[in-house]
Design a protein around this ligand. Structure first.
Ligand code: UD1
Ligand code: CA
Length: 469
C-alpha cells in the first residue's frame, strides 16, 4: 500500500473576507469550513493530514485540535511556498500527496478518492481537479496539451486568450510525493502577485517530461471556493441543498427546502416531516415520525420518535418519545422532557427534568427543577429558582397538581399526589398527598357597593347646596 498524505492549506490572509476571524473557520452549515475539508479527507482514507497554518493559526488549531499535524508558514508567500512547509514531515516518503485548499469545503470524499486513483493508476506526476464553468473569473485557467495539462495560468497573469478558457483549476491535486517536493523547490515568484504559486508546478513537471493529468469534475459546483462573503453564502446554499437532498432520499419529508436549514452533522429519522422555517443546528439528532416546525430552531438536542415541536426553540436538551413542545415554547439547555409530556405555549423550561406525561400547558417557567410523572402544572406556575445570589432546585413528586398562578420558592419540594391551591406562594415543603394553600384568606364585605353609592350621592348633594347659597 502506498502512503497517502494530505496537505491542507490554511495560512493565507483571507483579505477579501474583511474579517478578524480566519477565513477557514467561518462556518458553512454549522461547521467551520476547514472541518468539512478534513472530514471529507478522512472519509477518503488518507494516512496523514498536515495542515499548513500561519496567520491566525490558533483559530485553526482550536477547530482541529490534535487530530491533524501542523506546520507553520511564517509569511503567506503563496500556495507553493505553503506546501513547501510540509517538506520536513513528508519529503522522502513514498506514495502520493493530496493538496487541498482550506477554502473549498464542497469537494466530496469520492472526488478525493477518484483523484488519488487516477494519479496512482496512470503514474502521472500529478492529477489536477478541473471544472468547466460559465464564469471562470478568479480561477486559474487550465492550458491543455491534448489530454494533459501544459500549464495553469492565474487570472492576474493571463492574457485575453487564456482568460477566455473556461476550464479552471479547482485547487485540489494529487501528486506523487517525491515529484511534488522536487517541483515546489524549483518555484519562483516572478508573477504579477510576487507569490510562489503551487499551480506553476504543472508547467515545471510537464517540462521535465512528466505527465500532469486533468480530472474533470462532473458537478462543477463542487469546486466553489470561498474568498469573500458572497461566495460564503453561495457555498452555504450549495451544501444546504446537498444535505436536504440526502435526507429526503433517506425518507425525510422536507416541505419547503428553500426555507429549511439542516446543519451537516444533524441526523433525521424516517417519516419525520420538517415544516417550513425550521433550522436544525449542529449536534441535533431527530428520531422517526416526528413533526418539526413550522418555525422551530433546535440546537445540540436529541429528539426521540414521534415528537412534535412547533414554533419553538430547543437548545441542548432531550425530548423523549411522543412529547409535544410549543407552539411558542423555549426549552433551554440541560432539560429532559419525558415521554408523552406536554410543554405548551409560552412555557420556558431550563435545566429541568420533566417526567412522563407531565403537562405544563401554558405560561409557565420551570427552571432548575425535578418534576415527576403525570404532574399537572397549572397556567402561570413559576419555579422561583433564584434568590439573587444562588440558583436552587424545586422538586415536584409524581401526580402532583399545582394550581394556576403559583410560585414555588426554591429550594422546596412538593410531594407526590400533593395539591397546591391556585395563587399560592409555596415557601415550605408540601408533604406527599397534602394540600397546601398559601395565600391571604378572602374577606367579603357584604353590601359594599350600595354603601359606596350612598356616600357618593350624599357628597354630590352637599356640593350643589353650597354652590346655590
Ligand atoms: C487558488 C489557485 C487557483 C485556483 C483557486 C481555486 C494558486 C496560485 N491559485 O487561487 O488556480 O483556481 O485557488 O479555488 O494556487 N494559502 C496559504 N498560504 C499562502 C497563500 C494561500 O496557506 O501563502 C492558502 C489559503 O489560506 C487558502 C488557499 O491557500 O486556503 C488558497 O489561497 P487563495 O489565496 O484563496 O487562492 P486563490 O486566489 O483562490
Ligand atoms: Ca481561494
Amino acid at each position: 500500500m502506498t502512503q497517502r498524505n494530505a496537505v491542507v492549506l490554511a495560512a493565507g490572509l483571507g483579505t477579501r473576507m474583511k474579517s478578524r476571524r480566519h477565513k477557514v473557520v467561518h462556518e458553512v452549515c454549522g461547521q467551520p469550513m476547514i472541518r468539512h475539508v478534513v472530514d471529507h479527507l478522512k472519509a477518503s482514507k488518507v494516512d496523514r493530514i498536515v495542515v499548513v497554518v500561519g496567520h491566525l493559526a490558533e483559530q485553526v488549531r482550536a477547530v482541529l485540535g490534535d487530530e491533524v499535524e501542523y506546520v507553520f508558514q511564517e509569511r503567506a508567500l503563496g500556495t507553493g511556498h505553503a506546501v513547501l512547509q510540509a517538506a520536513p514531515l513528508l519529503e522522502g516518503t513514498e506514495g502520493q500527496t493530496l493538496v487541498v485548499y482550506g477554502d473549498t469545503p464542497l469537494i466530496r470524499p469520492e472526488t478525493f478518492q477518484r483523484l488519488a486513483d487516477v494519479q496512482q493508476m496512470t503514474g502521472a506526476a500529478a492529477a489536477v481537479l478541473t471544472a468547466v464553468v460559465d464564469h471562470p473569473e478568479g480561477y486559474g485557467r487550465i492550458v491543455r496539451d491534448g489530454d494533459q495539462i501544459r500549464a495553469i495560468v492565474e487570472e492576474k497573469d493571463a492574457d485575453e486568450q487564456i482568460r477566455a478558457i473556461r476550464e479552471v483549476n479547482a485547487g485540489t491535486y494529487c501528486f506523487d510525493t517525491e515529484q511534488l517536493f522536487d517541483a515546489v523547490r524549483r518555484l519562483d515568484n516572478g508573477n504579477r502577485q510576487g507569490e510562489y504559486y503551487l499551480t506553476d508546478c504543472a508547467e515545471i513537471l510537464q517540462k521535465d517530461g512528466r505527465r500532469v493529468t486533468p480530472v474533470l469534475l462532473e458537478d462543477a459546483g463542487e469546486m466553489a471556493g470561498v474568498n469573500d462573503r458572497v461566495q460564503l453564502a453561495a457555498v452555504e446554499e450549495s451544501m444546504r441543498r446537498r444535505i436536504l437532498e440526502y435526507w429526503m432520499r433517506e425518507g425525510v419529508t422536507v416541505v419547503d427546502p428553500r426555507s429549511t436549514y439542516v446543519d451537516s452533522d444533524v441526523v433525521i429519522g424516517r417519516d419525520t416531516v420538517i415544516l417550513p422555517g425550521t433550522w436544525l443546528q449542529a449536534g441535533t439528532r431527530i428520531g422517526e415520525d416526528c413533526r418539526i416546525g413550522p418555525a422551530a430552531r433546535l440546537s445540540a438536542s436529541v429528539v426521540e420518535d414521534g415528537v412534535r415541536v412547533e414554533q419553538s426553540v430547543v437548545l441542548g436538551s432531550t425530548l423523549r418519545s411522543g412529547c409535544t413542545v410549543g407552539p411558542f415554547a423555549y426549552v433551554r439547555p440541560g432539560s429532559d422532557v419525558g415521554p408523552g409530556a406536554k410543554i405548551g405555549d409560552f412555557v420556558e423550561v431550563k435545566n429541568a427534568l420533566i417526567g412522563a406525561g407531565t403537562k405544563a400547558a401554558h405560561l409557565t417557567y420551570i427552571g432548575d427543577a425535578d418534576v415527576g410523572e403525570g404532574v399537572v402544572l397549572g397556567c402561570g406556575t413559576i419555579t422561583v429558582n433564584y434568590d439573587g445570589v444562588q440558583k436552587h432546585r424545586t422538586r415536584i413528586g409524581d401526580r402532583a397538581f399545582v394550581g394556576c398562578n403559583s410560585n414555588l420558592v426554591a429550594p422546596v419540594t412538593v410531594g407526590s399526589d400533593a395539591y397546591v391551591a391556585a395563587g399560592s406562594t409555596i415557601t415550605e415543603d408540601v408533604p406527599d398527598g397534602a394540600m397546601a394553600i398559601a395565600r391571604e384568606r378572602q374577606i367579603n364585605k357584604e353590601g359594599y357597593t350600595a354603601t359606596l353609592q350612598h356616600k357618593l350621592r350624599g357628597r354630590r348633594m352637599k356640593s350643589e347646596e353650597s354652590r346655590e347659597s
